[in-house]
Design a protein. Structure first.
Length: 342
């Protein structure tokens, strides 16, 4: 299945049916009076987050979604039928953005969450509605209200507890494959990962979801490499794991490149809790490892963890540190929502 996380769709709600001008004509009824019914209500366009979807690929083949209009009113006080609603089913984590690509209309973060994107038009009144003591035979009716037509963007941001960051070939996919049942593509050339991957990671009887995104390079915010569009998939994470290739001779520069791209993309993302780990330590001797660890700690301004996704050395400690940050972040969110209890 192909991965698609951004698409443009066109929606239109149904218009309301027109009211009817009609008079009762029946044998032996001298003054039948008006009996025109109201028009039916137009259908609305809804969007709903559902289970079982992890991509917006369906919207590549269909971009137009129109609800049906309501039927016109009829004689004998008959109201027209309402139009049928149209439902867009999207993955959990989808943002609905206005045509300006900035205004967020809705953010669907839970299964079953529904939002009305375009309300259907109301049906017009028939002439029966205008009957009064001074106007016993009104010959007027209202037209139905027109539907709403708009263009929107759908942007998918995967929901994960932890996100992986690093340059291409920093070992992100290897780490995800070693700690979960996910099977991302792994090779010895840059940009092996072309789309995000999710994996469920277990540690000490607990589980959390980890997201792996394509590698960043210096200048990604300006469109180099695959750009920084995939960073949106780690915006919802509680903690970021920054993997630095220990076999690189420019580890401090590699670290600063990623941090610079995070800041250029979003200051909020750059301020997220982050754990830095020096990866591929199985390929380094003790002296080189110590030198590069001290250099990276100086650049980070804090502790640096050591690990190897291939030999699994230090992986358990890294997972425990990630889970501790995730648990702390959820406790803070619960206190802010007023649902936390000691």
């Amino acid at each position: 299945m192909k991965f698609l996380d951004l698409c443009k769709v066109y929606i239109r709600s149904g218009g309301g049916g027109a009211g009817c001008v009609s008079f009762r004509r029946e044998k032996f009824v001298e003054f039948g009076g008006p009996d025109g019914g109201d028009g039916g209500k137009g259908g609305s366009v809804w969007v709903e987050a559902v289970e079982g979807l992890n991509t917006l690929i369906d919207f590549r083949y269909q971009q137009h979604f129109f609800a049906t209009s309501g039927q016109h009113g009829m004689g004998r006080q008959m109201t027209g039928a309402d139009g049928k609603d149209t439902l867009l089913k999207v993955p959990v984590g989808t943002e609905i953005i206005d045509e300006d690509e900035e205004t967020i209309i809705a953010d669907l973060t839970t299964v079953g969450q529904r939002v009305c994107l375009a309300q259907g038009g109301n049906g017009g009144w028939g002439n029966l509605r205008f009957k009064s003591s001074t106007n016993r035979a009104p010959a007027r009716a209202n037209p139905g209200q027109e539907g709403i037509e708009r263009t929107i963007w759908l942007r998918l941001k995967l929901i994960a507890d932890a996100g992986l960051l690093g340059l291409p070939n920093a070992g992100k996919s290897t780490f995800l494959a070693a700690t979960s049942n996910a099977r991302p593509k792994i090779a010895d050339y840059p940009f092996t990962t072309l789309y995000p991957n999710l994996g469920v990671v277990g540690i000490d009887g607990k589980e959390f979801v980890m997201a792996d995104i394509p590698g960043l390079i210096e200048g990604a915010s300006e469109g180099r490499g695959l750009g920084d569009l995939f960073l949106g998939h780690v915006e919802r994470c509680s903690v970021l794991l920054h993997l630095v290739d220990g076999t690189s001779s420019t580890i401090t520069r590699d670290y600063r490149s990623i941090i610079g791209e995070l800041a250029a993309y979003s200051p909020d993302l750059a301020a997220k809790p982050r754990i830095t780990a020096l990866n591929k330590i199985d390929a380094l001797d003790a002296r080189t490892l110590g030198t590069r660890k001290r250099a990276l700690e100086k650049a980070v301004g804090g502790p640096v963890m050591l690990m190897s996704g291939v030999s699994r050395e230090g992986v358990t400690d890294v997972l425990r540190a990630l889970y501790a940050r995730i648990r702390a972040g959820k406790a803070v969110d619960a206190r802010e929502d007023g649902t936390w209890q000691p």
